[in-house]
Design a protein around this ligand. Structure first.
Ligand SMILES: *Cc1c(COP(=O)(O)O)cnc(C)c1O
Length: 389
């Protein structure tokens, strides 16, 4: 009998299993509360469900939509970039719709990165990044976030730049750290990117999920950055329909054109009726986004305060679905041990940062918790966690 992965090219074998698979199956087996995987446990707006159903019934989007996305959705994306960020993109040439943010990130990497080109990524990172770079035959270079406050460390970034550096894969608001890059941080990053003539793929999946006084700022709005930045968005995250898998990218014509070439040969098109629905969603009034943010902020507040009262060392979350704790204050040697033990002990599941790193030592003490769950679920999880003491 051949081993199950004998046929898989060696380069991709390290990516065969994911921490989410391991932790979610533990959660199911033990009946644990799953604060591991980041998806909301309440659906997005009813009107968008109705819009998708209407599109199906009226025969809109049931057959292949245009390759780069439904014109109505591309126009809505261009309008959204203009009204939120004052960015001018031409919906015809500067926007592309994809099967979730994931597909356009993969496409962009395959389009922009040649064999052995280096892609700089703040570490820990969103789990698909490293495998996406490996699929593109590039080299992922982890740039560790500061090990106490999880802020970006630009001295480290400068040290890691070589003549093969090609792309910075940026994510702000940041999954898993929960930080939102400040304008000063983005400016520092921009100056490095411009100095070394790099390209930025800016994953802004959580652009509307920022809290308090930590607004999301697209790096493409900084001087000299629009022309070197491909900006990625996700309807899954912006409308709480992660299963619909509608994403997009926008930016300068040349970067969008490059990504389009690969993307059209991956899924060709996707999500016809859902594209119609998301076009409506992007035209929602400001109150939608404010309520949305407020709702998640409340969940964050309940969960973060609860963790603190249990003695966890909490890195305050400024955005995303996630809050991070350092579990050494709870007497655990590292996050992986903690995450493997607590499902058995108290029936709660979380994700260790170390599993989201190229070098597991980087994220060792940290654990990521998803708070995009109903408040009673979060309270029940806190109650269970209180038995750890
Ligand atoms: C969820 C997520 C994505 C993927 O978005 P999809 O639209 O579901 O493909 C991309 N980037 C980050 C940082 C995410 O958390």
């Amino acid at each position: 009998m051949a081993a199950p992965l004998d046929r898989l090219v060696p380069r991709l074998r390290p990516h065969a299993s994911t921490i989410f698979g391991e932790m979610s199956s533990l959660a199911t087996k033990l009946g644990a509360i799953n604060l591991g995987q980041g998806f909301p446990d309440t659906d997005g707006p009813e009107v968008l469900k109705e819009a998708a159903i209407r599109a199906i019934q009226e025969g809109r989007g049931n057959q292949y939509p245009p390759a780069h996305g439904l014109p109505q959705l591309r126009q809505a994306i261009a309008d959204h970039q203009k009204s939120f960020y004052n960015l001018d993109v031409d919906w015809e040439s500067d926007v592309v719709v994809s099967t979730g943010a994931s597909e356009i990130i993969q496409s962009a990497l395959m389009a922009l990165v040649d064999t052995e080109d280096e892609v700089l990524i703040f570490e820990p990172w969103f789990d698909i990044y490293a495998v996406a770079v490996d699929i593109a035959r590039g080299k992922a270079i982890g740039v560790p976030l500061n090990s106490t406050n999880l802020r970006p460390d630009f001295t480290r970034l400068r040290d890691l730049i070589t003549s093969r550096s090609k792309v910075v894969l940026l994510n702000s608001p940041h999954n898993p750290a929960g930080i939102v890059f400040t304008r000063e941080e983005l400016q520092e990053l921009a100056s490095i990117v411009i100095e070394h003539n790099l390209i930025v793929i800016s994953d802004e999946a959580y652009e509307h999920l920022w809290y308090d006084t930590h607004p999301h700022i697209p790096i493409s709005t900084l001087p000299g950055m629009f022309e070197r930045t491909l900006t990625v968005g996700s309807a899954g995250k912006s409308f709480s329909f992660t299963g619909w898998k509608v994403g997009w990218a926008s930016g300068p014509t040349d970067l969008v054109a490059a990504a389009r070439v690969v993307r059209q040969h991956l899924s060709y098109v996707s999500s016809g009726p859902f594209q119609w629905a998301i076009a409506e969603g992007l035209a929602f009034p400001d109150s939608y986004w404010e309520d949305f943010r407020h709702d998640l902020q409340q969940k964050r507040d309940v969960f973060s305060a609860g963790l603190k009262s249990l003695g966890f060392d909490v890195i305050d979350s400024e955005g995303t679905y996630f809050v991070t704790t350092n579990v050494q204050s709870m007497g655990y040697k590292d996050g992986l041990t903690f995450c493997r033990e607590i499902p058995e002990k108290v029936k709660v599941v979380a994700i260790p940062h170390s599993a989201l790193c190229g070098d597991p030592a980087v994220g060792a003490p940290f654990v990521r918790w998803a708070f995009c769950k109903q408040i009673p679920v979060l309270e029940e999880a806190l109650d269970r966690l209180s038995q750890l003491r």
